[in-house]
Design a protein around this ligand. Structure first.
Ligand SMILES: [Zn+2]
Length: 264
């Protein structure tokens, strides 16, 4: 919710659960303000979030977030919003580890007589050139692995703090006010590849942004927006390294999080 300076001062003086979140992934570039305060979720917000999950409507989740932050949720860039949502999950202690199950597709060398394996960890792999290939056969690992992933796997994509020239004229950060429109447009085959760039055009709605693009005589504006999307990507993602318990191979893994996923 958008608070005035006086309202915020009063709130902070009387409610110790409100704290300064610190910097955001966008470094506050998209805003006229330079700080944001928030408080952990209570059961009241969880009710709204439950409603968002059941109705598949992110508006309820946005309302929950809006009620515990000192700024207007609609103004937030989409990257900052999901960062704040993670911050709230962590500070409300509702974040439980994610469980990943995966089937290992790696191959292993097995000694034909002793049955001994050469594992897929870096040190063991280094010994392979010295082995006699005639003595080994290749075996599929095929192990079913289960691992839990933790908050520490969260990666924050921060915009660089220096050399910020500002957005070129006619462009804007994608904000939460158009999030639902973006989600809808992504389902439209004709718009699916366009939305990523279009969200960076100036306009109050995604429809307005698309209209501006349609008025262009060439693709220059589209290409600039595409480039902004690459360069100014910010927010959070979850990555982890998976380890096969049998062959010891490691895999980087990007966890794709459903935006409505909260009670996992
Ligand atoms: Zn394996």
């Amino acid at each position: 919710m958008q608070l005035t300076d006086d309202e915020l001062k009063h709130l902070l003086a009387n409610n110790p659960e409100w704290v300064d979140v610190g910097n955001l992934p966008s470094n506050f570039y998209p805003y006229s303000f330079g700080s944001i305060h928030a408080k952990p979720f209570t059961i009241n917000e969880l009710k709204l979030i439950s409603k968002a999950v059941v109705t598949r409507d992110i508006a309820w989740q946005k309302r929950a977030v809006d009620s515990v932050i000192s700024r207007d949720v609609e103004q937030l860039s989409i990257g900052d919003y999901f960062y704040l949502l993670e911050w709230l999950k962590i500070h409300s202690a509702t974040k439980t580890p994610t469980i990943v199950t995966w089937e290992c597709t790696a191959k292993m060398l097995k000694h034909k007589e002793t049955g001994e394996y050469i594992f897929n960890d870096p040190e063991s792999l280094e010994t392979i050139p010295k082995l006699d290939p005639a003595l080994y056969e290749i075996e599929d690992c095929g192990t079913h692995n289960t691992e839990s992933l933790h908050v520490s796997d969260l990666r924050i994509h921060q915009l660089p703090e220096e050399d910020w020239q500002g957005l070129p004229e006619g462009y804007d950060f994608p904000r939460m006010s158009i999030y639902t429109e973006i989600a809808e447009a992504l389902k439209d085959p004709e718009l699916n590849m366009i939305v990523g760039a279009a969200q960076w055009i100036k306009g109050d709605t995604l429809g307005e942004k698309l209209k501006r693009l349609e008025q262009e005589k060439d693709l220059d504006m589209f290409n600039t927006a595409m480039a902004l999307k690459e360069v100014l990507m910010h927010g959070v993602s979850e990555h982890a390294i998976l380890h096969c318990r049998k062959c010891r191979i490691t895999h980087p893994y990007e966890i794709s999080v459903d935006p409505l996923d909260f009670f996992q």
